[in-house]
Design a protein around this ligand. Structure first.
Ligand SMILES: [Mn+2]
Length: 507
């Protein structure tokens, strides 16, 4: 007999957000504890029972809703597309899979024309919709959605492989609550060998974002991890990666599907994530549902030159959903918003759905996010001696790399830095880190001070506490050095202190 998990809600936040506080969670926990012995429960050092429940021990409701699977593609390889389609057909219970809707976003490769039609005609359940011009992922998905007929709509990329048992745990959560929006764990399919790498439930990550409006993966926060007594329980996620998820068809409609003013790709995943949380839903990752995905090294989309589509989409979502917090994003490119189109209908949608403020989302759903409003200084760090600024990317590709000087350009970007309350000089998750050698490097922020503790002194020196040295621009202006503090102009830095911050209203 499988062990049935009746309805755990595991939220990273207390009380009011849990639709059934103490109720369902309490009952589940009780059941789990009672059954712990049967499941080889063991006690941790803290005395809690850790449950060794495997996904195969779980059972799901008998009357699950069925799903339409919508797969958009543009010039996808034959074998990759068919791997996706066959894995859905082979690994979904027949009665739960109503149809697969392939949306061809104006491909011109020959194999995707008649040969594909002839092939899928033999499969049953698979239909194809073609756009009349290049629409991009967002509008292509909407056209697939418009012909979907099942209770649930599941979106997949066209380069995936669904594993055995992937579908039932997703549908079970939606059967429990129509406003649950659920994502499978996304495993890596290597892009050179196409080998599937299955990741264990204990390594499940959740989605976040940074103030450049980039999606990022994070480990489950310690506070949440401690409350979980099994790795296989669904876990609330502040954001979704975007490619793969299931949602009730009616609920997606009610929530306003996607913003049709967004082009091609990018930002739509954060927009939907914020909307789900702020408008009463719950976004979860389901550790027992695994779908592999080929992560591409670069975007296959050709973009109109001169138009930054992701930026435009992100500004649309910031305008509609982020309230005063949008300034943290805008100041990253010095408020150069450009033309982002008309967002009035999306603002009306937010009004109509009576969604909560973004501040609520940050405080309750994503309390671990670094909020720049708490920073003591922000903007470019400009040398008094030279028209040069401290310049470095700060994403994970840049970790361990030296930080340099570059002519100040007043565009934010790699010259935008924040002094945190905990004395870090940081952007997103990257911190200036000095261990006493030649260079200051970028290193993941660890919050432990040490090599990452800086002071912006009253005389405008940048002082590194651990080594008692000051940041100094080299005589040729090209390098950032660390030297004994002397008060010379090359050690003096102009950096906008908090009181002049555009985000001041948010204190
Ligand atoms: Mn993809």
């Amino acid at each position: 007999m499988g062990a049935r998990l009746p309805a755990p809600i595991v939220c990273p936040f207390p009380g009011p957000l849990n639709p059934n506080p103490g109720g369902s969670l309490g009952r589940v926990r009780g059941d789990l504890l009672t059954n712990a012995r049967k499941w080889n429960g063991r006690r941790s050092v803290r005395g809690d029972v850790l449950l060794i429940i495997k996904c195969k021990d779980l059972t799901y409701r008998k009357n699950l809703p069925d799903t339409s699977v919508v797969i958009c593609f543009h010039n996808e390889a034959w074998s990759v597309l068919l791997r996706t389609v066959h894995s859905v057909l082979d690994r979904s219970p027949a009665h739960l899979l109503k149809e697969i809707i392939l949306v061809d976003d104006f491909s011109d490769m020959k194999h995707l024309q008649k040969p594909l039609e002839d092939y899928i005609a033999k499969l049953g359940k698979v239909k194809i919709v073609r756009t009349k011009q290049r629409e991009g992922l967002i509008r292509a998905r909407l056209s697939g959605f418009s012909v979907a007929t099942a209770d649930v709509v599941t979106f997949l990329d066209s380069h995936c492989e669904c594993t055995r048992g992937w579908l039932e745990p997703l549908l079970d959560r939606i059967a429990m609550n129509e406003s649950n929006v659920v994502c499978p764990v996304i495993d890596v399919i290597e892009d050179d060998s196409l080998r599937y790498q299955y990741s264990s439930a204990s390594s499940t990550s959740i989605g976040g974002f940074d103030w450049n409006m980039q999606f990022s993966w994070h480990a489950i926060p310690d506070a949440v991890r401690k409350k979980r007594n099994s790795d296989v329980l669904p876990i609330a996620s502040p954001t979704m990666a975007g490619g793969l998820f299931s949602i009730s068809r009616k609920y997606f409609e009610k929530l306003g599907t996607y913003d049709p003013g967004m082009d091609i790709w990018g930002g739509e995943n954060l927009e939907l994530s914020f909307r789900v949380w702020m408008c009463g839903g719950i976004l979860e990752i389901i550790p027992c549902s695994h779908v592999g995905h080929i992560f591409r090294k670069r975007s296959p989309y050709k973009w109109k030159s001169g138009v930054n589509v992701v930026k435009k989409n992100s500004i649309r979502l910031a305008e509609v959903w982020m309230d005063e917090y949008k300034n943290y994003y805008y100041e990253r490119f010095n408020y150069d918003l450009g033309d982002y189109g008309d967002v009035s209908s999306r603002k009306e949608l937010r009004q109509k759905l009576q969604c909560k403020p973004f501040k609520w989302y940050i405080q309750n759903v994503y309390p671990d996010l670094f909020v720049p409003g708490e920073s003591l200084a922000s903007g470019e760090i400009r040398s008094k001696a030279k028209p040069m600024c401290i310049d470095s990317p700060a994403d994970h590709h840049s970790y361990h790399k030296p930080v340099n000087m570059w002519p100040c350009h007043n565009q934010g970007g790699n010259q935008f830095w924040m002094l945190s309350k905990t004395s870090e000089i940081r952007r997103d998750d990257g911190c200036l880190d000095y261990s006493g050698g030649e260079n200051v490097i970028i290193y993941p922020c660890h919050g432990q001070k040490g090599n990452q503790e800086w002071q912006y002194k009253e005389d405008n020196a940048l002082f590194h506490v651990n080594t008692q040295k000051c940041a100094e621009v080299s005589a040729d202006g090209k390098s950032l050095l660390m030297r004994k503090c002397s008060g010379i102009d090359r050690q003096i830095w102009q950096w906008k202190r908090k009181e002049k911050s555009p985000s001041d209203s948010m204190k």
